[in-house]
Design a protein around this ligand. Structure first.
Ligand code: G3P
Ligand code: CA
Length: 328
């Protein structure tokens, strides 16, 4: 059958289009295809980066609550150990960026009480004025039973893992709800040794070396490190170097593949195509909606006689393309 004027009503990914179009291109007599058009695409989990940090102050309870309200499967937060051995949530090693015009406190040199004096919400929006740096315990308490958290350990002192284990032991969260992530391979190795029931993913940042112009590491090197620290997976930055070939290599090594931080649907679509396990984003609701829209197979084909429409629910509608003249 020849398609005279294909009309695409909504964007569909290339593979979806091929899956739909193939039966229509054969020379077989035209008949409605069987089955539904719902693509067999693995949808990645959505992880709210520092909470729903597009709208709420990053790494605070309002941001984590909003992340879950926006439908994130997991939230991601950054954690350090204070001078009085409490684990607190903050991205940078000091408070300068999120507590402007206030005394600057370096987390590892400060007590929890000293850090709590600071307002870390007003910089984002006046409605968040008065928001305080949360402890890990407080963050865990806002994780719903069917959701989870990526705990990024920013602190490079492996002793933080001992405190992490204590806090997790006392929390109601199940192991399936908690994933440890860290850029420092030593931290991942320590986490896997102390908390073997939890997943731990090594964070990796592909980049070009400023001096040599060469890629930071080869795929083989990255996989070798991941395996040697017993990581369960890789959580890797958005980059052109995460190719289909690399993704396949990661899978063959028995590792999960996660990606951060993706806010644009065209990037997200590429990672969905690679079958990643999760996408970390600042805007969980918007991105999930856009991914769903992108994958939705709403498509119509018109030929001389018929219009085939694949509807959002995956069902097919098959109609004559123009009203037939009544036979006399
Ligand atoms: O999810 C990983 C990502 O959070 C790592 O980068 O700088 O936002 O902590 P960063
Ligand atoms: Ca982080």
């Amino acid at each position: 059958m020849r398609l005279n004027s294909p009309v695409l009503i909504a964007p569909v990914s290339h593979f979806l289009l091929l899956a739909i179009i193939n039966p229509l291109m054969s020379n077989e007599p035209t008949k409605p295809p069987s089955g539904t058009a719902t693509a067999d695409v693995k949808k990645p989990r959505i992880v709210a980066h520092r909470g729903a940090s597009h709208a709420a102050p990053e790494n605070t309870l309002p941001a984590f609550r909003l992340g879950f309200e926006e439908g994130a499967d997991f939230v991601e937060g950054d954690f350090w150990l204070t001078r009085d051995e409490r684990i607190v949530c903050l991205h940078d090693e000091d408070t300068r960026r999120v507590a402007p015009k206030q005394p600057i406190r370096r987390v590892r040199e400060s007590t929890l009480a000293e850090l709590r004096e600071l307002d870390v919400g007003a910089w984002k929006d006046a409605k968040y004025a008065g928001t305080r740096i949360p402890t890990l315990e407080e963050v865990l308490a806002v994780v719903p039973a069917d959701k989870g958290i990526f705990i990024e350990i920013k602190d490079d002192r492996p002793e933080i893992v001992k405190h992490l284990r204590r806090v997790l032991d006392e929390s109601r969260l199940e192991p399936r709800q908690v994933t440890i992530i860290a850029f420092d391979p030593v931290i991942i190795r320590a986490a896997k040794a102390a908390l073997p029931r939890l997943k731990a993913h090594w964070l990796y940042w592909w980049h070009l070396n400023a001096n040599t112009g060469k890629l930071s590491n080869t795929p083989d090197e990255i996989l070798h490190v991941s395996k040697s620290i017993k990581a369960d997976g890789l959580d890797i930055n958005k980059s052109p170097w995460t190719t289909a070939e690399f993704a396949a290599q990661v899978r063959r090594a028995g590792l999960e593949l996660h990606v951060y931080t993706v806010n644009d649907v065209s990037d997200a679509a590429r990672y969905v195509g690679l079958g990643v396990d999760s996408i970390t984003t600042d805007r969980p609701k918007g991105l999930r909606q856009e991914i769903d829209d992108h994958l939705r197979p709403v498509v119509s084909f018109v030929d001389r006689e018929k219009v085939l429409t694949v509807k959002p629910d995956g069902t097919w509608e098959y109609k004559p393309s123009r009203p037939r003249k009544k036979e006399k």
